[in-house]
Design a protein around this ligand. Structure first.
Ligand code: SF4
Length: 448
């Protein structure tokens, strides 16, 4: 919980010496509270006060990073319970659960398959984030071989699941050298040994307990032992239990500033039925997992999870946009139709997908409408005759076509008169209101 200006003031020397550049300690405290000044500007703050002030300014949910050569997963550092309050920042990582007992060759086959999987969603390339490798064999050499096998075909971040014995965990960590995996997991029986291994390897550690009280006790002990990057596994089971306990965790961290539970969460929604797993994983994406370990790798299940995650973990105040400019669809020539639209990504992809699917070659000028859809942009004055004219002229399309006809969205037919004045000599054609009708419109209306 951030401190108020008065609370900060009580921790300052209160001598009003002005060396910080502010006339009084109170003025400096107010600036600190507003995050417009830095504590180091006062040379007289005691170590005790410094510790208190730094602890108070730490994020309520610690940011934890897993990394490897091919990328990183950042989790935690969330500040709100509900996305509409502000935004969710760090989208949960989706990882596939593999076991060393499957053998190196099978692990390579599975990991390379999943590593290569990509899905396009409104121009954003989505994929699996990493792998959780379990030391099911309990054997250090087998575990190390499994980790090496996965690393030989994928550079994605890893979770090393080796709670059985510290030597197994160490073998896995050695095989993952050069990366920063999450070590899973410390519990009430093994936490000292696992904390020692995590501390030596400088990696984050998962902490597992079936009760929130148990988790809080463990995290406090492990932090004292020198490991600060922790991930909580409350061992949630079904939808109702997940909702209750993951919400309680988030509330305690944010609303009560309860530091022992101020860490991101890992879940295992695994079910025998992949559809049931997908449903529970979807719930965990919404509330409030940081890492989700999946039993099944099915593109048909993964895709909706990735899309759901993408939609929840974007700033609701900033629409997803595409780059304004000229786009070619189906290799257009000089006689191909020219269309205009806005740079709201869903609008752009709805149109480009329809045109591409129809087989029509076409030019598409995308106007900068601050990421708004056609009607919203028009109502906000961001998609008017002046902007369309400027976009068409700046796109350079005039040099690529041998006609002067442009199709505007049917929803803004009202702009056609003004456009005829702005784009002198051009024929303004009013297209359909819906993207799905573009192919039939072109067939009926476009003649060379
Ligand atoms: Fe107060 Fe420190 Fe600023 Fe001096 S330097 S006025 S003690 S806050």
């Amino acid at each position: 919980m951030p401190l108020t200006g008065l609370e900060i003031y009580k921790l300052l020397p209160r001598t009003n010496c002005k060396e910080c550049g502010y006339p009084t300690c109170l003025a400096f405290a107010m600036k600190l509270a507003a995050k417009q000044a830095e504590l180091k500007e006062c040379p007289y703050v005691t170590e005790e006060a410094k510790a208190k002030l730094e602890a108070a300014s730490a994020p309520p949910i610690r940011l934890v990073t897993l990394s490897a050569e091919g990328g990183q997963i950042e989790i935690g550092n969330e500040t709100v319970l509900f996305r509409h309050e502000k935004t969710f920042y760090h989208r949960p990582g989706l990882l596939w659960h593999l076991r060393d007992s499957e053998g190196a060759e099978e692990l390579k086959r599975k990991a390379s398959l999943a590593d290569a999987y990509r899905a396009d969603y409104v121009g954003i390339s989505l994929g699996l984030d990493g792998f959780a490798i379990e030391a099911a064999s309990g054997d250090p050499a087998t575990f190390a071989a499994a980790v090496s096998a996965v690393r030989s075909v994928s550079k994605k971040p890893l979770i090393l699941m080796a709670p059985s014995a510290p030597e197994v965990a160490k073998a896995g960590l050695q095989a993952a050298a050069g990366t920063r995996p999450l070590l899973y997991a410390a519990d009430s029986g093994n936490w000292e040994a696992m904390a020692a291994v995590a501390k030596e390897a400088k990696v984050p550690l998962a902490v597992r307990s079936d009760t929130l009280e148990g988790l809080a006790e463990l995290t406090q002990s492990i932090v004292k032992a020198g490991v600060e990057d922790l991930v909580l596994d409350p061992g949630v089971s079904g939808p109702s239990d997940s909702l209750a306990r993951l919400t309680a965790l988030r509330r305690l961290a944010l609303r009560s500033a309860f530091r022992p539970l101020g860490y991101p969460v890992i879940t295992f929604p695994g079910r025998k039925d992949p559809a049931a797993e997908t449903l529970l994983a979807a719930e965990h994406i919404a509330k409030y997992a940081g890492l989700i370990v999946l039993e099944a790798f099915e593109p048909a299940s993964l895709y909706p999870l990735m899309v759901l995650r993408q939609n929840l973990y974007t700033d609701p105040q900033k629409p997803i946009q595409v780059q304004p400019g000229l786009y070619e669809i189906n290799s257009p020539d000089a006689k191909a139709p020219l269309m205009v639209t806005t740079n709201f990504s869903i609008t752009y992809f709805a149109i480009s997908n329809e045109v591409e699917g129809s087989g029509w070659p076409a030019w598409l000028v995308v106007c900068d409408a601050e990421g708004m859809s056609v009607l919203t942009a028009w109502a906000a004055g961001k998609f008017d005759a002046e902007r369309i004219t400027k976009a068409v002229k700046n796109s350079g399309v005039k040099d690529k076509i041998d006609h002067q006809r442009v199709i505007i969205p049917g929803a803004v037919a009202i702009l056609s008169g003004e456009l005829e004045e702005e784009l002198q000599g051009w024929q303004i054609m009013v297209g359909p209101r819906e993207a799905v009708d573009i192919a039939s419109y072109l067939k009926a209306m476009w003649t060379n």
